[in-house]
Design a protein around this ligand. Structure first.
Ligand code: CA
Length: 349
């Protein structure tokens, strides 16, 4: 099998464009990768997401992070319930640690060298009500909002096809997940790892510490700088070198739980390139799409997976708890219903 490190490279065209046999074969390939490694690199998905769209997403991402800090700071991320807006370097510390004290200690030792822009579904015109709005640099980068809303929709379609392939291969019926993810409670994250002096990061600073993802599946578009490492069964981190025209797909904790541990949410991290002599590390951009079930979807272990290992949990309660742990300065609890009502009124939605 073709692979990058331990991550298999799989063509999606058999599922997207093939006959029933090809469709099932590709779906099984995907399922096996998600069971064994929890990661795969998907290629040949242009019928859903054309190449040009990914190229443009990277260009728009670079333009955004090149805006002055005073502009980006006006768009600051506010709370895990919204999970939208700009996050300065060092604020989030992705980790498996769960106490606020432990996380504060880790953050002081080795800050994550990055800035991000978090984008959610733009619900204004949609069927689902939400008090939360995206934060856009309308004056400075007017084409950012329409492009990113379209890119979000395209990522949703690609993620939906992946969920359909998994559902088909698990004998749940291809459309099992369709009405459980249609709220599009996903998070599109643009990332910028600035070029920094290598000296400053001696002592093992990583671009993103070892972690698992929270939701169902993550789509990761990387540039050619690379740095992603995926943990193997022995606990070693194995580099997954970027492969042109592929998207990295990995399983998150909530889908592992939903699948009763049939699918694997695997630890991974982003390291600085070791093999370059320059005193400055190269800038890296990546774009991640973290997909989630509908917020009030009850996650109970799927049929055909044996005796349930987990209690049912509601998506929103689970995600807000996980996000509250990595952004410890904000409250862990969801807003009360009356807070939501006030906020709705204020924002007129
Ligand atoms: Ca990740």
């Amino acid at each position: 099998m073709v692979a990058s490190g331990i991550v298999p490279i799989i063509s999606f065209s058999g599922f997207l464009e093939g006959d029933d046999t090809q469709k099932r074969e590709t779906a099984l390939e995907l399922l096996n990768a998600c069971k064994d490694v929890g990661f795969l690199m998907l290629r040949d998905f242009e019928s859903v997401m054309p190449k040009g769209k990914v190229t443009e997403a990277f260009a728009k991402t670079k333009q955004f992070f090149d805006l002055p800090f005073e502009v980006k700071d006006r768009l600051e991320w506010e709370c895990p319930e919204s999970n939208r807006g700009y996050v300065r370097q060092g604020r989030e510390r992705v980790t498996q640690a769960t106490s606020a004290e432990e996380i504060a200690k880790l953050r002081a030792q080795a800050p994550d060298y990055k800035e991000t822009m978090e984008i959610g579904k733009d619900y204004k015109e949609g069927a689902f009500d939400s008090p939360f709005e995206n934060r856009w640099p309308d004056a400075e980068q007017p084409d950012f909002k329409p492009f990113m809303n379209d890119f979000f929709a395209t990522c949703h379609r690609l993620h939906l096809e992946i969920m359909r392939a998994l559902a088909l291969a698990m004998d749940l019926g291809e459309h099992f997940f369709d009405d459980k993810v249609n709220q599009q409670a996903h998070n599109l994250r643009l990332l910028n790892y600035p070029s920094i002096e290598r000296e400053k990061i001696e002592g093992g600073g990583n671009r993103a510490g070892s972690h698992t993802d929270y939701g169902t599946v993550t789509l990761l578009f990387q540039d050619m700088v690379g740095g992603l490492e995926v943990q193997d069964k022995e606990g070693n981190f194995v580099p997954a070198k970027p492969v042109p025209d592929t998207v990295v797909v990995n399983i998150g904790d909530l889908l592992q739980r939903w699948s009763n541990d049939v699918l694997s949410s695997t630890k991974h991290r982003v390291v600085l390139p070791h093999d370059l002599a320059e005193s400055m590390t190269p800038r890296r951009n990546s774009i991640a799409f973290f997909s989630n079930p509908n917020l009030h979807q009850l996650i109970s272990c799927l049929p055909n997976t044996g005796g349930a290992k987990y209690e049912p949990v509601e998506t929103e309660a689970y995600l807000v708890k996980r996000l509250g742990e990595t952004f410890p300065s904000v409250p862990l609890t969801a807003p009360r219903a009356d807070d939501l009502a006030t906020s709705r009124k204020r924002q007129n939605i």
